[in-house]
Design a protein around this ligand. Structure first.
Ligand SMILES: [Fe+2]
Ligand SMILES: [Fe+2]
Length: 445
C-alpha cells in the first residue's frame, strides 16, 4: 500500500507492505513489536505557515506526528516500545544560497528528528538528505524497515560489461518512427495555446470520434470531478466542466496512447511516465493560476515537457541494465547519463519529436528548456518555460515515485527567480496545492 504525501497509514501484523516515495518529503515508519502495530507517515513540509491550525494537519511534520502517534497508541502501541525508520528530506538548492533558503526537506527532517529525540524513540534505520527519490518500506509481517532508491527493482546486473550503446542515429530514427499526432489533437493544442476556447468544430469532431467521446464522458463521470448526476452528453460535460477542462482531457486522452503503458524504462509503475506528464501539467496549471499566467498553455507544456522520454524509453528498456546501473550508482542528473548513453538527453530528443510533429516553436522551447537554467533567458516566453521547470520539480519532489528522474538543482533556483517566487511563497504554494486531486486526476486516465 502506497502512503501518499500528507497522509499516514497504521496497520496490525499482516502481509501488508507500507511504502512511501520520498524526495523532499520525509517519511517516518514507527512500529511496536510487542503490540504488533506499526505505521508510516509521509510529511510534506515542516510546519504550517502563519500560525493558524491547518486544514490538513497531516501535511506537516509538526502537526502530523502527534496525530500519527495517537493513531498508533489507539491500536495498542506504547511509546517506550516504539522503533523508527526515517528517509527522505532531499535538499534542493546549494546550502550557501542565502537569498533562497530552499531547505524545505532539511527543515521537515529536523522537525521529525527533534520529535523522535523528545519522545526517545530510537531510530533503527535512516537515509536522509540525498538528491534522488527513494522508497521507505515497512514490512508489517515482521516489522522490518527498508530504504531503497527508486528503480532498484528493475536493476539487473549486466550479463556482459560491453552492452552496445545506441548512437545518435538510432535515436533519430526512433523519433522518425513515432506516429504523427492526429489533426484533431493538433487543433486542440492550438486552442489551448491561444487561450481561446471556441470549441464549435472541435466538439463536433470529438463527438464523431466515438472512442474519444466515450473516454471523455467516462472521465467526466469519474469521482475525480464529482458530477452531481450522470453526464451523458458532451454538451452537459461542457456545461459542467467548462471548455478548457474538456480540451485538456481530450488532449490527454490522445497523448496517453503514445506513452508506454508497461512499467520498466522510465516508468516505475504501470503508465508512470504518463502519470508524471499529467501531474506536471496540473501543477503547471495551478502555478499559472497563482502567478496570473496562461493556464491552457501551462497545461499543454506540462503534458509535453518529457515527451522525449517516450522515444528514449524504448532504448532504455533494451539497455536497462546499463541505464539503471548508471542512474542508481552515479550521483548525477539523469540528463547527463542520457547524453552519455544515447548521445542526446530527453530534452533534445523531445525537441526533435516536437519538430517531427510540426508543433509550434513555443512548445519546442518549453520541451528543450525545462532542464536548462540558461534557456529561459533566450526564449520569447521565459516565464512559461521557468514555470514548467518548477512544476516538474514539485511533481518529482512531492509526488514522486511514478517515473525515473533525478533533477539538476541549478535550473530550479533560476526558475524561481524568473517567476518572482521567494522560498516562502513557494512553500505557501506547495502547502495550498490540491495534491490528492492531482494524484487522482493523473491516475484517472
Ligand atoms: Fe525532464
Ligand atoms: Fe519531468
Amino acid at each position: 500500500m502506497i502512503v501518499p504525501s500528507g497522509e499516514m497509514a497504521v496497520c496490525s501484523r499482516g502481509p501488508e507492505v507500507l511504502e512511501a516515495y520520498l524526495g523532499t518529503c520525509v517519511g517516518v515508519a514507527l512500529w511496536d513489536r510487542e503490540a504488533q502495530v506499526g505505521g508510516l507517515f509521509h510529511a510534506l513540509l515542516a510546519e504550517p505557515l502563519g500560525g493558524s491550525p491547518p486544514a490538513e494537519p497531516l501535511r506537516y511534520a509538526a502537526t502530523g506526528l502527534p496525530l500519527f502517534l495517537n493513531a498508533l497508541e489507539e491500536k495498542g502501541a506504547r511509546v517506550p516500545r516504539l522503533e523508527a525508520a526515517v528517509a527522505g528530506g532531499a535538499i534542493v538548492g546549494p546550502s550557501d544560497d542565502v537569498q533562497l533558503d530552499l531547505q524545505l526537506g532539511a527543515r521537515t527532517l529536523e522537525r521529525i528528528e527533534l520529535f523522535l529525540r523528545a519522545t526517545r524513540i530510537p531510530v533503527k534505520l535512516s537515509e536522509t538528505g540525498g538528491t534522488f527519490t527513494c522508497c521507505l518500506r515497512l514490512h508489517c509481517l515482521d516489522w522490518t524497515p527498508e530504504i531503497v532508491p527508486v528503480g532498484s527493482h528493475f536493476f539487473r546486473p549486466a550479463a556482459s560489461s560491453d552492452i552496445p550503446k545506441p548512437d545518435r542515429t538510432a535515436v533519430e530514427s526512433a523519433v522518425a518512427q513515432v506516429k504523427p499526432i492526429p489533426q484533431i489533437a493538433f487543433k486542440i493544442l492550438s486552442l489551448l495555446r491561444s487561450e481561446t476556447y471556441q470549441m464549435g468544430e472541435i466538439s463536433r469532431e470529438i463527438r464523431l470520434d466515438q472512442v474519444l467521446a466515450a473516454k471523455v464522458l467516462a472521465l467526466c463521470n469519474s469521482p475525480i470531478y464529482g458530477a452531481p448526476e450522470k453526464i451523458e452528453s458532451l454538451d452537459r460535460a461542457l456545461v459542467f466542466l467548462g471548455e478548457r477542462r474538456i480540451l485538456q482531457i481530450a488532449l490527454s486522452v490522445f497523448l496517453s496512447g503514445i506513452f508506454p503503458s508497461k512499467p520498466g524504462g522510465y516508468s516505475l509503475c504501470k503508465g508512470g511516465l504518463f502519470q508524471h506528464a499529467v501531474t506536471t501539467a496540473l501543477i503547471a496549471e495551478f502555478l499559472a493560476r497563482r502567478l496570473n499566467m496562461a493556464q491552457g498553455r501551462a497545461y499543454t507544456y506540462g503534458l509535453l515537457h518529457d515527451i522525449g522520454k517516450v522515444v528514449l524509453d524504448q532504448l532504455v528498456t533494451e539497455k536497462a541494465p546499463l541505464f539503471y546501473r548508471q542512474a542508481l550508482q552515479n550521483n548525477r542528473p539523469l540528463n547527463e547519463i542520457e547524453r552519455e548513453l544515447f548521445g542526446m538527453d530527453h530534452s533534445e530528443v523531445g525537441t526533435l519529436l516536437v519538430q517531427h510533429w510540426n508543433l509550434p516553436v513555443d512548445i519546442a522551447d518549453a520541451v528543450s528548456g525545462h532542464h536548462n537554467a540558461e534557456a529561459p533567458l533566450l526564449k520569447a516566453a521565459p516565464e512559461e518555460v521557468a514555470l514548467i521547470t518548477l512544476a516538474d520539480f514539485i511533481a518529482n519532489r512531492f509526488l514522486g515515485g511514478t517515473h525515473m528522474e533525478r533533477l539538476d538543482q541549478t535550473p530550479v533556483i533560476a526558475a524561481l527567480r524568473r517567476c518572482g517566487l521567494s522560498a516562502e511563497k513557494l512553500e505557501k504554494v506547495i502547502a495550498d496545492m490540491p495534491l490528492a486531486q492531482v494524484r487522482q486526476q493523473a491516475s484517472g486516465f
